[in-house]
Design a protein around this ligand. Structure first.
Ligand SMILES: Cc1cc2nc3c(=O)[nH]c(=O)nc-3n(C[C@H](O)[C@H](O)[C@H](O)COP(=O)(O)OP(=O)(O)OC[C@H]3O[C@@H](n4cnc5c(N)ncnc54)[C@H](O)[C@@H]3O)c2cc1C
Length: 403
């Protein structure tokens, strides 16, 4: 079998890329190791994804945003960053711009389902499930992939979207730097008796970090980050003991809290590929950059990266030039890395500072929050980096309408 493009991995990045390049006269295959039934009805995995304005714009353009019901994409109106036990917070949104959303929250399984429904309906994308790629060989003209069922398929370009631990990346010989934070992220949903006012919190308590993403007025997504050796004891707590512990750690800010979903644990390992391409191979999504979730940018970067690559390919195809040429892939890498490198290293630096409990680091943390809060230009830069508003605000005013 021969295709123009083979995408390995039908996760949020692979599916969105397939949708973006569809209907342009290219033949596309998606290879996914999970069964079709799980792609069609993905289960809740604890991840509630904060999406920036740019991501919403991309999802709108590929017809996916309208597949997500309004109650499944609540807005974040304000965000506060707190340090230690201090009540002081670095605040975004809220008072200054009461009607603007900083971003929107959509559960990962809802995003996956909407993307799958959109891609499944396309004529030029074939989805092959229950399969992995065993080997990738390339020459000057094409790539040949051997699949786990023995089939061999050829394509002009292979796009690896098979997670931060990408086998395709390894098979293409692309090195990646990995950083094991030695910490675990435990995510779940909790109901609470007091409303959250559509405000997200990032609380860098000493030892553990707590984050809250507002969902329904009395329900939030809770993210607990703790040293990895505390994982088993936190997961072993009864639902009541866990709920009580979180309630106390928030000093009852949310009133009575009650676990309303399963708990999921994700070890925190950041990955940045040293290159985003090899001969006839491109990396997108977490296969290119797997972020620490504290800045909520993993999938946001995945969406912007796939759009950059797709635009290059669509332009090359329209001009009847090679869609897998090295110069095209180099342009993609140059543009995408401009965004990923500062965000990846900046996030890792932030995590290092805010998980360092030595006195000098605590002083630096307090100073950083106060300086950022009291320097409007700096605060504006941080906010626009995190929300990716601005350009899209002008193009999509409807998103910014008052409540
Ligand atoms: C706790 C947590 C919170 C997060 N919060 C946010 C947030 O608020 N905002 C944000 O932007 N991002 C967030 N992220 C990051 C986001 O979830 C990821 O960036 C995103 O899921 C990556 O999508 P992906 O398609 O690249 O990879 P994945 O989601 O890992 O999907 C990879 C796909 O490839 C398939 N696959 C793997 N190996 C193979 C193989 N060998 N052959 C075939 N198929 C294969 C898998 O089955 C899967 O379907 C968070 C992550 C975590 C862990």
């Amino acid at each position: 079998m021969t295709y123009d493009i083979v995408i390995v991995g039908a996760g949020p990045a692979g599916l969105s890329f397939a949708r973006t390049i569809a209907n342009k006269g290219l033949t596309i295959a998606l290879i996914e190791k999970q069964p079709e039934t799980r792609l069609a009805a993905p289960e809740f995995d604890g991840r509630d994804i904060a999406l920036t304005h740019q991501s919403v714009r991309i999802l709108q353009e590929i017809g996916v945003w309208s597949r997500i019901a309004a109650p499944d994409r609540p807005p974040i109106r304000a965000a506060k960053v707190m340090d230690g036990t201090s009540p002081y917070s670095l605040s975004f949104g809220g008072n200054s711009e009461p009607h603007d959303a900083l971003g929107f929250i959509v559960s990962n399984n809802v995003i996956r389902k909407a993307l799958y429904d959109e891609v499944h309906a396309l004529d030029d994308v074939e989805i092959h499930t229950d399969l992995t790629v065993i080997s990738v060989a390339t020459d000057a003209r094409e790539a040949t992939l051997t699949l786990s069922d023995g089939q061999r398929i050829r394509s002009r370009l292979v796009v690896a979207a098979d997670s931060r631990h990408s086998d395709t990346r390894r098979m293409a010989g692309i090195p990646a730097s990995m950083h094991d934070f030695g910490r675990v992220c435990i995510v779940c949903r909790m109901g609470h008796s007091k409303a959250h006012d559509e405000t997200a919190y990032e609380c860098f308590h000493y030892g553990r970090t707590l984050a809250v993403l507002p969902l329904d007025s009395h329900c939030s997504s809770i993210v607990v980050t703790a040293p990895i050796n505390e994982r088993d004891s936190i997961m072993a707590l009864s639902d009541e003991a866990f709920s009580h512990d979180i309630e106390n750690r928030f000093n009852c800010r949310y009133g009575k809290m009650q676990l309303s979903s399963k708990r999921f644990a994700y070890p925190l390992i950041g990955v940045h590929a040293s290159k985003f391409y090899a001969n006839r191979v491109a990396l997108i999504g977490d296969a290119a950059v797997g972020m620490h979730p504290v800045t909520a940018h993993g999938y946001n970067l995945g969406l912007s990266g796939q759009e950059i690559l797709a635009r290059e390919i669509i332009a090359a195809s329209a001009a009847h030039t090679d869609i897998g040429s090295t110069t095209l892939l180099q342009r993609y890498q140059r543009r995408h890395m401009r965004a990923t490198k500062p965000m990846f290293h900046g996030t890792n630096g932030l995590v290092k500072l805010f998980t360092d409990d030595r006195a000098v680091a605590k002083l630096a943390r307090r100073t950083v929050l106060r300086v950022a809060n009291n320097l409007p230009p700096l605060k504006h830069v941080i906010q626009s980096k995190l929300t990716e508003a601005g350009r899209d605000k002008r193009r999509f005013p409807a998103l910014f309408r008052p409540r």
